[in-house]
Design a binder for this molecule. Structure first.
Ligand code: F6P
Length: 359
C-alpha cells in the first residue's frame, strides 16, 4: 500500500501533527507514504513528491506551518496560468494530476484542508480517485465536525491580544477595535470575545447597527467605564451593507475580506467623540505552535484518516463528533456552510454577560 499526503489552502496550527500521526500510523501498518508538496502542485510538475518516513516527521508535532508547504491558489480544476499579456487563464489539470498519481503507484490520498480543498477532493473522487479528507481551518467553518484543528490556537492568540488591549485601553480611556480572521464566519470573534470579556462583538451572522455599537460605548462611559473593547470579525457588515474587501485577490484565490476595524474606529470616534484605535490581528492567528487541544485533535485526525483509508472510506472526511472521531461523506460536509447560530448558547451567554452584538 502506498499513500500520499497533501496539505492545501491557508495553513493552520496542527498540520504537522496530522502529518506526523498519519505517517507513523501508516508506516506502522507497513505502508509507504509520500508527501505531495504545495497542495497538489507536486502532482502537476510544479513541485515535488517526497518520501515521508519516521525520520521525516520526527519532532514536528508541536510545530506550526506544514512541512509539505501549501497554497490557496492551486485548484487543479481551475489552475491559473499567466499569459504573455499578464492576464490569467484557468486550465483544468485534473487529468494530468490523476495520471501522475497513477504513475507514482499512489493507492490513496489523505488531503488535509478546508472546504475548498474538500470540494476539490470530492471532484477528484468523482473521477475515480481514492481520497480521505481531514478538516483544517482556523475559521472553524467546516460542517459535520464540532471543530477543526487550528481554531483553538487562533482563539487563544486572539484572547491573548484582547487581554493586552484591555490594559492599554483602560489606561487611556480609549475604544480599541480588534479585527480577527474568520472569512464569512464569526467563530473566532465570538469565542475569543466571550472568553476575554469584550464589550462589543461583531460577526457576519448578526449584522450590526453602528448606532447600537456607539450606544454601548456611551453606556459604559456613563457608568464610569471609560474604555471599550470591540472585537470584529473581518467579514462583519452593517445591516443592509456589505463586507469590507481588501483590494484584489490573486487569480484562483477566494476574495480577501478585511479592513473593517479602521472603518469602525473612525465611525465610533465621529459619533461618540472618544479616542479610538484599531488593529488587525491578521496572520498571527495562523502562526505559531498549536495549543495542546489542537495538537491532540490533529493527532487523532491523522491516525483516524489512516484507519479510514484501511476501511476504504473514499470520499469521506474524518470528523469530531464528541467524544468520538467518526467519518462522514464529504458530499454531506459540502451541503451546508457552517455558521454561528445566532441562538447558540454562546451568543446567549454573551448577551447575558452584557456583551453587545450591535443589533
Ligand atoms: O481561511 C483562513 C484564513 O486565514 C481566513 O480567516 C482569512 O480570511 C484568509 O485565510 C486569509 O488568507 P490569505 O492567507 O490568503 O491572506
Amino acid at each position: 500500500m502506498r499513500i500520499a499526503l497533501s496539505t492545501g489552502g491557508g495553513d493552520a496550527p496542527g498540520l504537522n501533527a496530522v502529518i506526523r500521526a498519519a505517517v507513523l500510523s501508516a508506516v506502522g501498518r507497513g505502508w509507504e507514504v509520500l508527501g505531495i508538496k504545495r497542495g497538489y502542485a507536486g502532482l502537476m510538475g510544479d513541485d515535488e513528491v517526497v518520501p515521508l518516513t519516521r525520520e521525516s516527521v520526527r519532532g514536528i508535532g508541536h510545530l506550526g506551518g506544514t512541512i509539505l508547504r501549501t497554497t490557496n491558489r492551486g485548484n487543479p480544476f481551475h489552475y491559473p496560468y499567466k499569459q504573455p499579456d499578464g492576464s490569467y487563464l484557468e486550465v483544468d489539470r485534473s487529468d494530468e494530476l490523476i495520471e501522475t498519481a497513477r504513475s507514482l503507484g499512489i493507492d490513496a490520498i489523505i488531503t488535509i484542508g478546508g472546504d475548498g480543498s474538500l470540494a476539490i477532493a470530492q471532484k477528484l473522487c468523482d473521477k475515480g480517485m481514492k481520497i480521505v479528507g481531514v478538516p483544517k481551518t482556523i475559521d472553524n467553518d467546516v460542517s459535520c465536525t464540532i471543530t477543526t484543528f487550528g481554531f483553538d490556537t487562533a482563539v487563544n492568540t486572539a484572547i491573548d491580544a484582547i487581554d493586552k488591549l484591555h490594559t492599554t485601553a483602560e489606561s487611556h480611556d480609549r475604544v480599541m477595535v480588534l479585527e480577527v480572521m474568520g472569512r464569512s464566519t464569526g467563530f473566532i470573534a465570538l469565542h475569543s470575545g466571550v472568553a476575554s470579556s469584550a464589550d462589543v462583538i461583531l460577526i457576519p451572522e448578526i449584522p450590526y447597527n453602528i448606532e447600537k455599537v456607539c450606544e454601548k460605548v456611551r453606556q459604559r462611559d456613563a457608568s464610569g467605564r471609560y474604555f471599550s473593547i470591540v472585537v470584529v470579525a473581518e467579514g462583519a457588515f452593517p445591516t443592509g451593507g456589505e463586507e469590507s474587501v481588501i483590494g484584489e485577490s490573486m487569480p484562483g484565490q477566494a476574495k480577501r475580506v478585511g479592513g473593517i476595524a479602521s472603518v469602525l474606529a473612525q465611525q465610533i470616534h465621529e459619533r461618540t467623540g472618544k479616542e479610538t484605535r484599531s488593529l488587525v490581528l491578521g496572520h498571527l492567528q495562523r502562526g505559531g505552535m498549536p495549543t495542546g487541544y489542537d495538537r491532540l485533535l490533529a493527532t487523532r485526525f491523522g491516525a483516524a484518516a489512516v484507519r479510514a483509508v484501511a476501511d476504504e472510506k473514499w470520499a469521506h472526511m474524518v470528523a469530531l463528533q464528541s467524544p468520538h472521531i467518526v467519518t462522514v461523506p464529504i458530499k454531506d460536509v459540502l451541503k451546508e456552510e457552517k455558521r454561528v447560530d445566532p441562538n447558540h448558547d454562546m451568543v446567549l451567554t454573551a448577551r447575558a454577560t452584557g456583551i453587545s452584538f450591535g443589533d
